[in-house]
Design a protein around this ligand. Sequence first.
Ligand code: A2P
Length: 296
Amino acid sequence: MRDQMVYFASAKNDETKRPIGMNAPAKTEEFAVAQVQAKIPDGVYAETVLAVEHYTDRLFRFRMTRPAGFRFRSGEFAMIGLMVGDKPVYRAYSIASPAWDEELEFFSIKVPDGPLTSHLQAIKPGDTVLMRKKPTGTLVLDALTPGKRLYMFSTGTGIAPFASLIRDPETYEKFDEVILTHTCRDVAELKYGFDLVHEINNHEFLHEIVGDKLKHYPTVTREDFKYRGRITDLIENGKLFTDLGVPALDPAVDRGMICGSTAMLKDTKDLLEKAGLVEGSNSKPGEFVIERAFVG
Ligand code: A2P
């Protein structure tokens, strides 16, 4: 245990973050004292929150510093935590930023009584967030066999791993067309997805790589909007394909990734299997892969 360690965090730059002993003088001009963290567990990263954006009373995103040695594949998740009292509390979070990004981004639900999110929703720039060292997950390009069109089916915060993958050039090297579906209860909950697409279209190098390969298909289930309905219904009645102007699912060319609630995963998986696609994994790549949207 690193007892009584004090973290001084630069508001701007991870490079200046150093653990400093209790008696070291604070360089107040260069450093902002972020937080006093007692007993940060050994063997985990302690990172600094850089930005927080709240979308609705249920959803927010935050960005934090990325440890120098931390490697992950776009689409993977990590265990994120906070010290709650004197104990760390962790939950699995898909990393929403792409593998090349110098910072880490996460998109989170706020659960009023959630052991982690009830605290995480209150974080501010300068605060410390814990992260376990090993990322993992199956929503990675390596777990899919080669194809032409990649569908990313998401509900709610299930868009997070796809926020990573749609910002990764490798996705567009491997697929001619990338279709991101995002279904939420209401329009306000779609904002993160709209912001992502806007960011890509205005990004200095991504917009050229992505070109017109990325199609965003947002739908809502509990409010009026241009596109309405559960993605499962829109697959079943074919509206998804007519709206996009693409043929029905075909295992020869189409690949899928699914991230949402347990019920949404099961229902979407059944439809992909009905269309002849076979589930894959890291050890045995296939035509579609699945990950739970983690809530905590
Ligand atoms: P619905 O409003 O009909 O329940 P949540 O916010 O509860 O995680 O839900 C996110 C979105 O996922 C909602 O639009 C919800 O639709 C939809 N959804 C919930 N269950 C399923 C399911 N089994 N299949 C497809 N979509 C689902």
